[in-house]
Design a protein around this ligand. Structure first.
Ligand SMILES: [Zn+2]
Ligand SMILES: [Zn+2]
Length: 408
């Protein structure tokens, strides 16, 4: 990604960091690749792990994989370091999958996310869901639908799974080609199969929501009450099962309604109370989400808000000096030290070339020092966004004048 295009990306990650840290989440930076087993343990029967992982042997014969997602790495780090709980972390970085790229879905794709480990409190689910909701509002994706479901837990899911298997066996001939051949390993995946045959066939399938145990039902009711109380609108979607095996209870997704419905999944997550134990750590509940940066940017763009997302990095001032260059050197340094974003031209370019560079830079102000201004110890301030507006001030006052004009 070139600097000209990365402004919105930078704005998006900065917004996420601000929101996560305001809620007590600390940045975690995990390795780009890990032992293959780290990822195999979390989803051996899923496409993410079976077909789409970039794995390789290194020179020492170790079998490694580029991370397909971050949750497994965060859990691995948690087990290794055993921080006090509840432990809340956020991340931003690249993940990898080996498949044919499509719009907003690349082999190297970026995600931001949070993970909260060590509490089974449904209010934590509410906090997590709400932070994602707040993030989309903050970056200008206003047309987002929140889908919500509960997948039950180890207590009530096995019985539901049997019901679903029996139903799918009875309707095997109506399923899509892939699922006619295989669904026993992960029957829940049939529920969110996008093929019309499966969609139709599972319309009458038993729903986990109707078969929750008392604890799971109470948990889900508290989550719904919390979202209602915060004014967060959601849609119950009983076909929402997520791509990985480790989810329990609350699951959710954010869909970008400004995007084509076949490719509008912006991100999602849920509770994964069994994952830490399954990866060899002490039984520890957890909840989190991962949001796709590329898709989110497409959604923001579709809503016409991409430019404002990148505004944070715009230059404040561009120094145009055709009186020898001392002012360009010293004034840009003063401006930067005062906290402004400032740039200048080099190589003793002509006034015309420097003004062109100032325009192209997107800076709000040009600070102009020609031979006359230099002789009088002055600087001309030109507002590049409001043509014709120009004023001359003493060189010693220019930083303060810039501050007043930009309202910093
Ligand atoms: Zn299917
Ligand atoms: Zn249950």
């Amino acid at each position: 990604m070139m600097p000209a295009d990365s402004g919105p990306w930078e704005g998006l990650v900065a917004a996420f960091a601000r929101i996560a840290e305001a809620a007590g989440y600390g940045l975690i930076i995990t390795p780009t690749f890990e032992d293959l087993a780290v990822f195999q343990r979390v989803g051996a029967s899923t496409d993410v792990v079976r077909k789409e992982m970039y794995d390789f042997k290194d020179k020492g014969g170790r079998h490694l994989a580029l991370r397909p997602e971050v949750t497994a790495s965060v859990v691995r780090a948690f087990i290794q370091h055993r921080p006090p709980v509840p432990w809340k972390s956020w991340y931003a970085g690249s993940n990898f999958r080996y498949e044919r790229p499509q719009a907003g879905r690349y082999r190297e794709f970026r995600q931001v996310g949070i993970e909260a480990l060590g509490s089974a409190d449904p209010d934590l689910d509410v906090e997590v869901v709400a932070l994602g909701w707040e993030f989309y509002a903050a970056v200008g994706a206003s047309r987002v639908e929140l889908l919500l479901n509960s997948l039950g837990d180890g207590n009530c899911r096995p019985a539901y799974r049997s019901l679903l298997l029996a139903y799918l066996n009875d309707h095997r001939s109506e399923l899509c080609e892939e699922h006619q051949g295989r669904f026993e390993e992960n029957p829940l995946r049939v529920l969110d199969c996008k093929k019309p045959a499966c969609k139709e066939a599972v319309a009458g399938a038993p729903r986990q929501l109707d078969h929750l145990c008392d604890d799971c039902a109470a948990h889900f009711a508290r989550v719904r009450a919390g979202l209602d109380s915060l004014g967060i609108v959601y849609t119950i979607d009983t076909s929402l099962v997520r791509g990985l095996d480790y989810y329990t209870r609350t699951t959710f997704e954010y869909a970008g309604l400004a995007l084509d419905s076949a490719q509008n999944g912006l991100g999602g997550g849920g509770r994964y109370d069994g994952l830490v134990g399954a990866m060899g750590g002490p039984e520890t509940p957890g909840v989190g989400f991962a949001l796709g940066v590329d898709r989110t940017l497409l959604a923001v763009q579709a809503e016409g808000r991409l430019e404002s997302l990148g505004e944070g990095r715009q230059l404040d001032a561009f120094v145009v000096d055709f009186a020898g260059g001392d002012s360009a050197r010293d004034l840009t340094a003063r401006l930067r030290a005062a906290g402004f974003k400032a740039d200048r031209a080099f190589d003793g370019r002509s006034p015309k070339a420097q003004f062109k560079a100032a325009d192209r830079s997107g800076a709000r102000l040009a600070l102009v020092i020609g031979p006359d201004e230099a002789a009088r110890g002055q600087v001309a301030i030109k507002d590049l966004k409001q043509s014709g507006d120009q004023e001359t001030v003493a060189a010693s006052d220019v930083v303060e004048e810039v501050r007043q004009r930009l309202g910093h």
